[in-house]
Design a protein around this ligand. Structure first.
Ligand code: PEP
Ligand code: MN
Length: 267
């Protein structure tokens, strides 16, 4: 039996970098790793603006089988190379049980995508690793189902779980999903899990990402997972919701301002 109440935060990602502590963290990078040059350009920008964690998908859960599916192992290698060049940590998604050892080898945090939130064998597999796990909320899942999914991971011994609100499906069609800020506040107040928000998938629109990021931090989020691309119009996935690198200073400045209003710092 797992007692989620005994799970403590913050989670230390390195001896001097924690999530769920006083500082809010930015996890940023491309939706998909497309090439070395593209990923390096994003990593350089993240580093120069004080970011510590590079995101990037190598195994992509795409709604259409005809869309770009990711570079796989090559994508993980690119991520690791460029992250090491700039001293960044890496977060990347394991799409299936078979990817878990590979992602655990190359990444510092394993992401479980929204579509996989109730893929129990995958939850068990990441629960057996010693890597922090970012568990995205299923886009049709209740908060109780989400916490039950976290308990599946914890049941295999890994309690380093970060929850990520990435928007849920509602009747609204003007935005890709609907950011559930209630969920952020509720998780924050009633559980010990660090909770971050993904304003990119929550809105699906680059012009709404900053507003959704501000709202998430004001609701108590411990961090943000944000998609960035050197040329969003040419992105192989999620270009519409990806911020250009030029938006990073504003994202950082606004995050710092909201964090400060909440009595927190930002990294
Ligand atoms: C992603 O982070 O690029 C992704 C596929 O997200 P989600 O699982 O939230 O759709
Ligand atoms: Mn994406």
């Amino acid at each position: 039996m797992v007692n989620l109440d005994t799970i403590t935060k913050p989670i230390f990602l390195t001896p001097d970098l924690a999530i769920g502590g006083n500082d809010v963290l930015l996890l940023a990078g491309p939706c998909s790793v497309e090439s070395y040059a593209q990923t390096r350009a994003v990593a350089a920008a993240v580093y120069h603006h004080g970011g510590k964690i590079l995101r990037g998908g190598a195994f992509k859960p795409r709604t259409s089988p005809y869309s770009f599916q990711g570079l796989g192992l090559e994508g993980l290698q690119i991520l690791r190379d460029v992250a090491d060049e700039f001293g960044l940590l890496v977060i990347s998604e394991a799409l299936g049980v078979e990817h878990v050892p590979l992602v655990a080898q190359y990444a510092d945090i394993i992401q479980i995508g929204s579509r996989n939130m109730q893929h129990y064998p995958l939850l068990w597999a990441v629960g057996e690793t010693d890597k922090p796990v970012l568990l995205k909320r299923g886009f049709m899942s209740t908060i109780a189902e989400w916490l039950a999914a976290a308990a599946h991971i914890a049941s295999r011994g890994n309690e380093r779980i970060i929850l990520c609100e990435r928007g849920i499906r509602t009747f609204e069609t003007a935005t890709r999903n609907t950011l559930d800020t209630n969920a952020i506040a509720l998780i924050k107040q009633t559980t010990h899990f660090p909770i971050i928000a993904d304003p990119s998938h929550a809105t699906g629109r680059a012009d709404l990402v900053l507003a959704a990021a501000r709202a998430s931090l004001a609701a108590g989020a411990d961090g943000l997972l944000v998609e960035l691309h050197p040329n969003p119009a040419a992105a192989l996935s999620d270009g519409d919701q990806s911020l250009p690198l030029e938006a990073l200073p504003q994202l950082m400045a606004q995050s710092r301002a909201i964090a400060a209003a909440m009595g927190r710092g930002a990294t």
